[in-house]
Design a protein around this ligand. Structure first.
Ligand code: FRU
Length: 497
């Protein structure tokens, strides 16, 4: 169908059919990356939630599996996480088989209809066949509801210091921290965040992990908190906090606190379509990466986007790193390097001298529907630098840097189909240029209906959807800088099997 050819992504995960939202239960084991996801198999809008499942060897090409978790008497299966229980602390292991434990929210629809407060509880399930089939624990839920209406999205990690499982849970306007020795009995340790960060929306889908500060031996803890609405450019977005965690309590780092006082909240992505992202568990020590993936949509219009067969896509898998500079802490994201193994064609140019508007690449050289572009501008002037994707239909997707006002921007207002929702193209997304560097490095991934822009090695990221009437055919740059030279241009086409 035209929908398949025009809109089905080449190198991002989509379910074959029907509705998907948050990534769930991501873990790695024996050469395979597992991705579960909020899934409604009977329709293309949100409905009674299941966990769908996909497996990949490299986080780029995915094979969809049978549904992993179905709704039951306790409720729908909302978001959650999964861990590999190497020491069989849960006791679910049998005959030497290591169990995988999933922890998720049971959402009881009847309870919600009846106006009760306690309809979200936390439950577990285990798998003895590397995540293909699951058995729910017969004593679910393992955490009953303390009278908090929004009480969901458990993310479990193993804490080396305390030798315990730690679980973070979103509770409307705060994060709750629990600990457990066996994944069945949980103790509430503390809560965090009531007075910090962005609060004009619901806190959802947290994640917590330690990470080394780049170029040092210092370890800090990252607490990721999605919020809907109230993202910097509208609707759903993901903020984070940098601090320390002592096995019981998370406390914000003093320097990071200063950033929060200035900016209110710090965001992982400034585009409108990266939500509910969390990290993979059980990444081997000799790898050690923090690997992240988000849902590439936004609750403001997710159910309205113009695909009928399936709805929603995941972001490219990303590696997260923590940098510290004079400007404070920064969680940087970059595509996982596995992506580049799929490059089938490369065009390199040392430089291109630009006169007002110049084509960087056109369709007869490379398929823009499976594209990676990298380039650099040195000696930025106080001018505007705009990159534009075009097609013959007249659709335009533009992004770049307004270096007078020190603002990055992404504009999809004329990018094709936009009027399926009032909220889809009502604004131009913006982000402050944080660093004072006079150079700009740009990396762009384009995949039919999504753009992911990584500025300055992932310091500022924009992830957004668009739905052109025809595929884009050219990428050009426009600027009032009369001495503009693009350097280190690398254009790559991907081939997926
Ligand atoms: C986030 C979210 C979660 C919830 C799930 C339901 O997008 O609202 O908080 O568990 O979606 O599908």
């Amino acid at each position: 169908t035209t929908e398949e050819t025009l809109y089905r992504p080449n190198f991002h995960f989509t379910p074959k059919a029907n509705w998907m939202n948050d990534p769930n239960g991501m873990f790695y084991l024996n050469g395979k990356y597992h991705l579960y996801f909020q899934y409604y198999p009977d329709g293309n809008v949100w409905g009674p939630m299941h966990w769908g499942h996909a497996i990949s060897k490299d986080m780029i090409t995915w094979e969809e599996q049978q549904i992993a978790l179905y709704p039951d008497d306790l409720g729908l299966i909302f978001s959650g996480s999964a861990v590999v229980d190497h020491n069989n602390t849960s006791g679910f292991g049998k005959d030497g088989i290591t169990p995988i434990i999933a922890m998720f929210t049971h959402h009881n629809m009847q309870g919600e209809k009846d106006g009760t407060l306690d309809f979200q509880t936390q439950s577990i399930a285990y798998s003895l066949d590397e995540g293909l089939t699951w058995t729910k624990y017969d004593k679910n839920p393992v955490i009953s509801n303390p009278g908090i209406k929004d009480f969901r999205d458990p993310k479990v990690i193993w804490d080396n210091k305390t030798n315990k499982w730690i679980m973070v849970l979103a509770a409307a306007d705060k994060i709750m921290f629990y600990s457990s020795a066996n994944l069945k009995d949980w103790t509430l340790e503390s809560d965090f965040g009531k007075d910090l960060g962005q609060h004009d929306g619901m806190w959802e889908c947290p994640d917590l992990f330690p990470i080394k500060v780049e170029g040092s031996d210092i370890t800090k803890w990252v607490l990721i908190v999605s919020i809907n609405p109230a993202a910097p450019n509208g609707g759903s977005g993901t903020q984070y906090f940098i601090g320390d965690f002592d096995g019981k309590k998370f406390s914000v780092d003093a320097d990071f606190n200063k950033q929060l006082q200035q900016e209110k909240a710090v965001w992982i992505d400034y585009g409108r379509d990266n939500y509910a992202g969390v990290t993979w568990s059980n990444i081997p020590k000799n790898d050690g990466r923090k690997l992240f993936m988000g849902w590439m949509s936004n609750w403001e219009y997710a159910r309205d986007v113009p695909t009928e067969t399936w709805r929603s896509t995941m972001t490219i898998a990303r590696e997260l790193k923590l940098k510290k500079s004079d400007n404070g802490y920064l969680l940087v994201s970059n595509p996982v390097t596995e992506l580049y193994k799929h490059v089938s064609k490369t065009i390199k140019k040392d430089s291109l001298i630009v006169k007002k508007q110049e084509d960087i690449i056109s369709k007869n050289k490379i398929d823009l529907a499976r594209l990676i572009v990298e380039l650099q501008i040195n000696n930025l002037k106080e001018e505007q630098y705009t990159f534009l994707f075009h097609n013959k239909f007249g659709d335009t997707l533009s992004f770049g840097l307004d270096n007078k006002n020190k603002l990055y921007f992404l504009n999809r207002q004329k990018s094709g189909k936009v009027d399926f929702s009032e909220k889809f193209a009502n604004t131009i997304s913006k982000a402050k240029k944080g660093n004072t560097s006079n150079n700009l490095k740009v990396q762009v991934l384009l995949d039919k209906t999504s753009i992911e822009v990584f500025y300055n090695n992932g310091e500022t990221v924009f992830t957004e959807l668009f739905f052109p009437n025809q595929p884009f055919e050219t990428l050009s740059i426009m600027s009032s800088d009369e001495k503009l030279i693009l350097e280190n241009i690398k254009i790559e086409e991907l081939k997926l099997n």
